[in-house]
Design a protein around this ligand. Structure first.
Ligand SMILES: [Fe+2]
Length: 586
């Protein structure tokens, strides 16, 4: 039985296919159309998923859409009456959703009535919760989803048991932790879709000097709930103004903070203006209040559910800094997040919701690795190399089997070279986890600057992340609970901070990826070889891209390699070295 999950017309459009309970493939549309956070209809992602399952669209039994236009209809109508412009925007969105069968039929050049799959509408946050619990290793767990807005709610919680989820509560628009984070990020001058990550990085450079004021921006009640101090916001008056310039482009958000926030906190920062102490402290206060609220909610959830484990989803669950403190701040002993906590993850959530909650099928799958995207055969890699400018530009090209390749690549990293590492299936979710990664020496304090100057061009306050052999986690970090998808930041042990300065953030934490041999044997071997050579079984890992979606095909990896000042490129068994690339002195 094949279930196709489709997240369309929402940021991070994506598709996933589940066959007889097993996830076969999952991928974001941005990897194909090369538009970051692309919304629109994920035709290419769907096509890839069907190919990976070896089936045609006519063989799909169920089609799961993570959106239920009828959810919270009363609240929606109330707001629609107050805000006609918002109502018009919602009507447009609704029309698109209603048109998904037609869009699918058009993409596959079929008549809608010839697509036999049964359509299911799954409410947004139930899809988020399903995306984490039903692929988690837990038989039972507490569940929490928190994001900006989906189906007019921002938050939902409950309990999962076996193949069922029980929803205990939710919080509707306009109260939203995601919108809180976005609105304050905008106020701090970070106005692009997805900029919240930057503000989380910046927070470590400041002091939560305005925490008292921020306690009025988000208010709690000692239970699982919270509400926003609405005077600081305007989205409840104007509606969340999310627009797409073109149907499949990156979403854009209108300003969500009010004049009152400016009155209370001072002038907002212009995007181009320098980041000063007041902004760093603002970011720290924003983050500190988010953590307080999240932990209070989780403590409340624990008190209600008495579960040992918690499964998290939704954009707020990307807050790796908060996630890393859950064990200290709440009674939960186990946590799980799948790599695409944001809206891309809805594609698998909707599919698994149908599989378990609708069809009553038993659990049979745990997502233990993140590699659910496209892969390319050695022949495809060879022809991409042959068709490229690599030889014409004097690159040294050779082929090596897995073990000598890991040794050779580790040697290059230890010599200070920047390595593009392209292997196997592309990662699901926004993090490169060792299959589409740029890898560098974590021991060099200057590596962050080198990477920024030569490739990434990111703001200086954004940290780079470490990948560590799972078996060495406790030696380098104060916690060793697995973080295979880079979803938690842990403190680096004091005595190791000098050993891995490049991926250690200014607050002494690292947003680590714990790498097991089972999950990614090639990447594990690379890190082990680096450890054998240097005594440090950790590498710096950043995504293989340059202000674009993570590379997907070998051609894109080669282009990025040629365009940037990367030194060495490994594509499967092919090793490419740039000419005249001298050893960088330590
Ligand atoms: Fe969401």
């Amino acid at each position: 039985m094949h279930i196709l999950g489709i997240n369309a017309y929402h940021g991070n459009a994506s598709a996933a296919i589940v066959s007889d309970g097993r996830l076969i493939a999952a991928v974001e549309e941005e990897r194909f159309n090369r538009v970051k956070y692309a919304a629109g209809f994920p035709s290419a992602a769907i096509r890839y998923c069907l190919d990976a399952a070896g089936i045609k669209l006519s063989e799909v039994d169920h089609i799961a859409i993570p959106r239920n236009p009828w959810a919270r209809l009363g609240t929606k109508l109330l707001y629609a009456m107050r805000m006609p412009s918002f109502a018009r925007e919602r009507a447009k969105v609704l029309a698109r959703f209603v048109g998904i069968p037609e869009a699918l039929a058009e993409a596959f050049d079929m008549a809608p009535e010839n697509i036999p799959g049964k359509y299911h509408r799954v409410e947004h946050h139930q899809a988020h919760l399903a995306s984490t619990f039903f692929v988690s290793p837990f038989e039972q767990a507490a569940l929490l989803s928190a994001d900006g807005l989906g189906d007019f709610a921002s938050t939902m919680w409950g309990t999962g048991q076996g193949n069922r989820m029980h929803i205990d509560g939710s919080i509707a628009f306009p109260h939203s932790l995601g919108m809180y984070y976005t609105a304050v990020s905008q106020y701090l001058g970070f106005r692009k879709f997805g900029d919240e990550f930057k503000v989380m990085g910046l927070a470590a450079y400041g002091e939560p000097a305005y925490l008292d004021e921020f306690r009025k921006i988000v208010l709690t009640n000692g239970g699982v709930g919270f509400r926003l101090g609405l005077e600081y916001f305007k989205h409840h008056r104007t509606g969340p103004e999310m627009t797409w310039k073109d149907a499949d482009k990156t979403p854009e958000l209108g300003a969500m903070y009010s004049e009152y926030m400016v009155e209370r906190l001072g002038p907002s920062r212009d995007s181009e203006a320098p980041v000063e102490k007041v902004h760093r402290d603002g970011a720290a206060s924003l983050q500190a209040r988010l953590e307080e609220v999240l932990f209070e909610m989780l403590r409340g959830l624990h008190a209600k559910t008495k579960q040992k484990a918690v499964c998290l989803a939704g954009g707020v669950a990307f807050n790796c800094v908060a996630n890393g403190k859950i064990f200290d701040e709440t009674p939960f002993e186990q946590i799980y997040l799948q790599p695409a906590s944001g809206d891309a993850g809805l594609a698998i959530g909707a599919a698994y919701f149908v599989h378990h909650q609708v069809l009553g099928q038993p659990r049979s799958f745990v997502m233990e690795n993140a590699y659910w995207g496209p892969s390319y055969t050695p022949e495809q890699v060879r022809s991409a190399v042959a068709a490229s400018r690599l030889r014409a530009e004097g690159m040294e090209i050779s082929e090596l089997p897995e073990e000598p390749m890991a040794k050779e690549a580790a040697k290059e990293i230890a010599a200070g070279k920047i390595l593009g590492w392209f292997q196997g299936r592309a990662e699901w979710g926004p993090r490169a986890l060792g299959n589409r990664s740029i890898v560098a020496d974590p021991r060099r304090a200057d590596m962050k600057d080198i990477l920024n100057a030569r490739i990434k061009h990111r703001e200086m306050f954004r940290p780079f992340a470490p990948s560590v052999l799972a078996e060495s986690t406790g030696e380098y970090f104060e916690k060793s609970y697995p973080s295979p998808f880079m979803t938690q930041a842990y403190s680096v042990r004091m005595n190791k901070r000098d050993a891995i300065p490049a991926p250690t953030h200014v607050d002494g934490t690292g947003r680590l990826q714990t790498v097991t041999q089972e999950a990614n044997p090639r990447y594990w071997r690379l890190i082990r070889e680096f450890g054998n050579l240097t005594g440090v079984p950790v590498v710096l890992n950043t995504s293989f891209n340059d202000n674009e979606p993570i590379v997907c095909r070998p051609e894109e990896a080669i282009e990025c390699f040629l365009r940037t000042k990367m030194d060495v490129l490994v594509l499967g068994d092919t090793l490419v070295r740039k000419p005249a690339s001298p050893e960088v002195p330590r």
